[in-house]
Design a protein around this ligand. Sequence first.
Ligand SMILES: *[C@@H]1O[C@H](CO)[C@@H](O)[C@H](O)[C@H]1NC(C)=O
Ligand SMILES: *[C@@H]1O[C@H](CO)[C@@H](O)[C@H](O)[C@H]1NC(C)=O
Length: 308
Amino acid sequence: MFYSFAALSFASLVAANTYSLESNIVGQQFLSSFSFNTFADPTHGRVNYVDQPTAQAQNLTFASGNTFIMRADFTSTLNPSGPGRNSVRIQSNAQVENGVIAWDIRHMPEGCGTWPSAWTVAQVWPGEGEIDVIEGANNVGPNQSTLHTAPGCTMPSGLAMSGHPLGTNCDAVATGNVGCGTSLTPTSTAFNANGGGVYAMERTPDFIKMWFWARNDPSIPSDLASGANAVNTAAWPAPYALFPSTNCNINQFFGPHNIIFDLTLCGDWAGSTYPSSGCPGTCVDFVNNNPAGFVNAFWDIASLRIFQ
Ligand SMILES: *[C@@H]1O[C@H](CO)[C@@H](O)[C@H](O)[C@H]1NC(C)=O
Ligand SMILES: *[C@@H]1O[C@H](CO)[C@@H](O)[C@H](O)[C@H]1NC(C)=O
């Protein structure tokens, strides 16, 4: 009896790092797996999120084969007193909790005024948390990965991770929504010039971890690279971002999350950092008057895989 109990708990320890592929969203499947958000940007961007028929009619989303593109309008000059630049924000219909998500991305939006992000968030905010995996502003690196929570979740200093820690208090309100974050090492190759790469995030009751491998990085784990039906994160290298439960009860601060891709312009982050970004004039004037500045403001997503 004691024997089988020991064997069972050993099995569950091993299984805790092994996850099975639950969905592999590619191309057209983004249109059925995600909904288009059309509300006013909560981060106050100079952006107008359009619905799916409008996005498709204006080719702001485009799905074909293993390609899913979403972008900002790059042809219109805006009326300064009218709505912001058309763009797209999509939210997964399914919700995720513990597990692994892998984002295989060929290109992320770039350019002055842009603030792209790929993230997960609860319906109850900040009470059930937000996990920002990929986020950059005004095309100025390094990009960041950040948690935003209710009061009471903090990160210890001196964690073993390859990224650079940016703050220890995850409380969204107390930090002016800065949260606790990690930046990728500034030495990493420019994402788009390299054909993008794969981000992965593991969430368990004990930690949230994130990894990044640039396209063709030979150190990408073979289970991720081969598109296997299961991944074992215990065999993966050290993450660039580590958020342990030491001073943050992850089950308490993070609830069921939807997965989001968006591209906003200016607003709380790209707007406030615009003056120091090297970009011309003011952010809102740039967005209004320079459609050609948004030609490269697009996501090109190869796949989104969810393992549980
Ligand atoms: C729509 O966008 C896709 C992806 O950028 C592009 O390949 C295609 O030519 C565009 N279609 C039109 C009609 O502009
Ligand atoms: C950071 O994000 C910008 C887009 O804001 C992108 O152009 C750049 O390549 C990214 N850098 C890295 C190192 O991923």
